[in-house]
Design a protein around this ligand. Structure first.
Ligand code: ZN
Length: 292
């Protein structure tokens, strides 16, 4: 059951620090595209200093052993690869509106120009739902105060929202209030998130999306394991196969108590039913049993 009982067509805008970051909500975005919602993904940086694993590997070698072709790859070539990769990944979920804002990464250095451009983007897109990164750096249960790209991106988005939420007399940009912000929460523990989105039907697409990021060393087997262990782990706690995790930015207010189809399913499922529902039958070896 959707928490949005109005069943309106929605506009979603995701703003993330690096090209790969959007992957943590792409299964969810795929569901919104399926339902006729408009989804735009924007990447704040070009990602040119992030996850260049090939270059890192060469630098670890002695100078005479380094592969010259990798050492000679230009910043522009690497950035072009990143753009292609994120477009490919988004494309698997029907998300075709992908914007690269192209700011330098590692570190992201906040500028007024950057905040204004993000504010213009938010106003132009006028999203009902804005998805972005967690405002605090989080690694398990440890919070870090120092800025890093993901939390910096969240702060820039928050600042841009403040601009768009508060019209100024004589200002060129109009007013738009985002109805709700959601934060992707891949590193948060299952009992710290606001809710899971069941993306079991997106299993193969999620693996293909991870495979798209060849520039950061993703092999097909790595992609499969990553999806199974990360989103499969969330799915374990959500009592489904695969799930994406989200935090909301504020308390959700409803006019009746929410009860989802998933709640009703769990209420009647015996363990035998659950094993069958998840496709974890004896015939399947690794079975997530999802997607087709
Ligand atoms: Zn990132």
């Amino acid at each position: 059951m959707s928490l949005d009982s109005a069943k309106r067509k929605l506009k979603l805008l995701g703003i993330f620090a690096h090209p790969h970051d959007c992957i943590h909500c792409l299964g969810t975005c795929g569901h919104h595209v399926r339902d006729g919602d408009a989804v735009t993904i924007a990447i704040l940086t070009h990602g040119g200093s992030t996850h260049n694993e090939k270059l890192w590997r060469e630098w670890m070698k002695s100078p005479e052993q380094r592969e010259q072709a990798v050492m000679d790859e230009t910043h522009e070539q690497y950035v072009a690869d990143k753009k292609k990769e994120v477009e490919t990944a988004c494309g698997y979920f029907g998300v075709t509106d992908v914007r690269m804002l192209g700011y330098p990464d590692r570190p992201i250095r906040r500028t007024d120009e950057m905040v204004e451009e993000v504010a213009d983007l938010i106003y132009a897109a006028r999203p009902d739902i804005l998805i972005t990164q967690l405002p605090a750096r989080l690694d398990s249960d440890r919070f870090f105060a120092e800025p890093e790209d993901h939390s910096t991106c969240a702060r820039i988005v928050t600042e841009a929202c403040t601009l768009v939420h508060h019209p100024k007399p004589g200002g060129a940009r109009g007013y738009h209030r985002v109805a709700r912000k959601y934060y992707i929460a891949p590193s948060m523990k299952y009992d710290e998130v606001s809710f899971f989105v069941d993306i079991s039907d997106q299993y193969e697409k999620r693996i293909k999306a991870e495979m798209a990021f060849v520039s950061q060393g993703h092999t097909p087997e790595y992609a499969r394991r990553r999806v199974e262990r990360s989103y499969g782990n969330s799915g374990w706690y959500a009592r489904t196969n695969l799930a994406e995790k989200f935090l909301t930015d504020d308390i959700v207010t409803v006019d009746r108590l929410p009860l989802t189809d998933h709640d009703l399913t769990l209420a009647k499922d015996t363990v035998y039913d659950e094993i069958e529902r998840l496709g974890w039958t004896e015939q399947e070896e690794t079975g997530t049993g999802a997607d087709s």
